[in-house]
Design a protein around this ligand. Structure first.
Ligand SMILES: C[S@@+](CC[C@H](N)C(=O)[O-])C[C@H]1O[C@@H](n2cnc3c(N)ncnc32)[C@H](O)[C@@H]1O
Length: 153
């Protein structure tokens, strides 16, 4: 499984997500300009001693990320603006679960490229959004739950 963060801004969110990725054998993909340095003490503190064990890749922009993955890759994007529920997404064992940045989410341009692959985590009316690392954990574990070959225990 793969988690993709597009332009993440807050180091402890990425640190938390990195830790969840280590715990689940997931590769983390960091796309575009980051709002922090990967050497930041915050990211290491959030990821604790897990950070060196993390499999991660970095790309200058979303186009470079798209070029680096197989054409047939299963891409699933998560946005508060989507209509379909994340429980109903077609997860595969090597899906790329794509999340937007903390302040603005996924850009209109990226959402427009994949209108049929956008999913939403339900929230009560009046709630703006969930925290990025909470969203990634919720979606990743649902994706793993629906992927019978996963060996977590
Ligand atoms: C803090 S949110 C961004 C908030 C932004 N104002 C928006 O509405 O997209 C950061 C990222 O977490 C994910 N996220 C947060 N809440 C979500 C939800 N209810 N459904 C799907 N994704 C969500 C999305 O990937 C989003 O781009």
């Amino acid at each position: 499984m793969h988690v993709v963060l597009v332009e993440p801004e807050i180091p402890w969110n990425t640190g938390n997500i990195g830790r969840t990725c280590v715990a689940t054998g997931t590769t983390l993909h960091l796309v575009g300009k980051l709002g922090f340095s990967l050497d930041s003490k915050y990211i290491r503190r959030s990821g604790l001693d897990y950070w060196p064990k993390l499999k991660y890749k970095q790309y200058p922009d979303f186009e470079s990320f798209l070029k680096s993955i197989p054409k047939s890759a299963s891409l699933l994007l998560f946005s508060t603006k989507a209509k379909r529920n994340f429980w109903d997404a077609p997860y595969h064992k090597s899906s790329y679960l794509i999340f937007g940045k903390e302040t603005a989410g996924l850009s209109e341009k990226i959402r427009g490229q994949f209108p049929d692959r956008l999913y939403r985590i339900p929230m009560l009316r009046g709630t703006r959004s969930l925290n990025l690392s909470t969203s990634a954990a919720v979606v990743l574990y649902e994706a793993l739950r629906q992927t019978p070959s996963w060996q977590g225990r």
